[in-house]
Design a protein. Structure first.
Length: 384
């Protein structure tokens, strides 16, 4: 990827926003278990951070994927993982399918205000009984005249208590239950009667991000809220997952580099046995090894970003990126805790939060084992 002055200009505007409008409030938001998405997102919208790659006709920036990489690098500098994850839902998890396959009317009504930051959205795929096995979802949309009537439950929905609309995966054709056919992505405004937040889930990490269980009880939305072709929802969501996984990996990589830098600084300041801990060669080598891992993954992610930019199918790259960044992040977090000693275990330091937050990377958006399953299939092992 080639970074120009334009990239650096954009980087600076995101960095300023992170330093002035986000990081000073992170402790407060983590404590509250939520951050004010309707206040923060318009500020991101104003600097064009929410719709970088989308069509300018619908409020997008018309930029290429290299700007998304820069955005993610800066979001990775946020002092928690909850807020960047919530932002990434808006930019790269709940909106790609709408931008790619949605009708002009849907894009005007939902995409445009979302890219301005005036609307908050969620991606609603997982259910209490189906997470890894997306083909096993049970939420049903039944046709009644020109409407869908939707009933079911969605679980783990990021931004779920604040969202204005959901990009929801539902079963619209029951003739092949348990199969990936017959699903559609449908936009569901959260003001529709029958929509309710069942509960806000208390989590180990990503605490500033609200995560909800959603109940849909005969929620009626027009059939025209279907994104793209009816019955293609599973395939559209699988494509959308590639954006989610890549961007999640970009953000996590930047977070890991920052965690290593902060740990290096701490070890330089902390004296034991008459010298800074960092003078200990064992600690130097362990950090050096992890920096090398970060460099390797950075190279791979930039390669993946280049292939995305060139319009290739990046299923393999996004899968490998998510798997390996998740595993590396866990190792980095564990090492940071260890080298901070007791302070690594104290809530007053950033390290404990990083340890808790980073664990999600190997679970959310497809667990490590699901990534291995995809690679297994791409390598012609196992059955599809
Ligand atoms: C904080 C948070 C935010 C989230 N945000 C969203 C969101 O906004 N929208 C949304 O739709 N979902 C969201 N999710 C859901 C997330 O994507 C799922 O939790 C994830 O896909 C795993 O699904 P599951 O929890 O049902 O685990 P399960 O499917 O029950 O799997 C449990 C474990 O079994 C193993 N496993 C599963 N399948 C296989 C297999 N085939 N082979 C071997 N091992 C396997 C894995 O280790 C897996 O972690 C979020 C989750 C969390 C925790």
């Amino acid at each position: 990827m080639q970074f120009t002055e334009e990239h650096e200009h954009f980087r600076k505007s995101v960095r300023r926003l992170v330093d002035e409008e986000i990081n000073p409030y992170v402790d407060e938001w983590e404590e509250a278990g939520i951050f004010p998405a309707h206040e923060l997102f318009p500020k991101l919208g104003e600097i064009g951070a929410l719709g970088l790659e989308y069509d300018p006709e619908f409020g997008g920036g018309g930029a290429d994927h290299s700007f998304t990489y820069v955005l993610a690098q800066e979001l990775g500098r946020i002092d928690c993982a909850g807020v960047p994850m919530a932002i990434a839902v808006e930019t790269s998890m709940a909106t790609p399918a709408l931008a790619r396959y949605g009708s002009d009317e849907l894009k005007r009504t939902y995409l445009e205000p979302t890219l301005r930051g005036d609307m908050v959205c969620s991606i609603a795929v997982s259910e209490p009984d189906a997470g890894s096995d997306v083909a096993g979802i049970r939420t049903r949309a039944v046709r009644d005249g020109d409407d869908w009537v939707i009933t079911g439950r969605k679980m783990w929905i990021t931004n779920g208590t604040q969202a204005d609309w959901l990009c929801l995966l539902a079963r619209t054709d029951d003739s092949q239950p348990g199969d990936y056919h017959g699903m559609s992505l449908i936009i569901v405004p959260t003001t529709t009667p029958g929509f309710s937040v069942g509960r806000k889930i208390e989590k180990m990490g990503n605490r500033s991000s609200d995560t909800a269980e959603i109940v849909l009880d005969e929620v009626r939305v027009p059939v025209t809220n279907t994104i793209g072709e009816e019955g293609r929802g599973f395939q559209q969501q699988m494509a959308q997952f590639q954006d989610e996984r890549l961007v999640g990996a970009y953000i996590a990589l930047a977070g890991a580099r920052k965690a290593l830098d902060r740990t290096k600084d701490y070890l330089q300041q902390r004296v034991a046995f008459g010298k800074p801990l960092l003078a200990n060669q064992h600690l130097q080598y362990r950090l050096a090894e992890l920096y090398a891992d970060v460099d390797l993954i950075d190279g791979f992610l930039q390669h993946a970003a280049d292939r995305y930019l060139a319009g290739h199918d990046v299923t393999r790259e996004a899968t490998v990126a998510k798997l390996k960044t998740g595993r590396m992040t866990r190792e980095v977090a564990d090492t940071c805790v260890q080298y901070h000693g007791g302070m690594g275990y104290a809530e007053e330091m950033w390290v404990a939060r990083y340890f808790r937050d980073s664990r999600l990377m190997s679970i959310g958006g497809g667990a490590d084992e699901v990534m291995l399953r995809v690679i297994t299939m791409l390598e012609g092992m196992g059955k599809k």
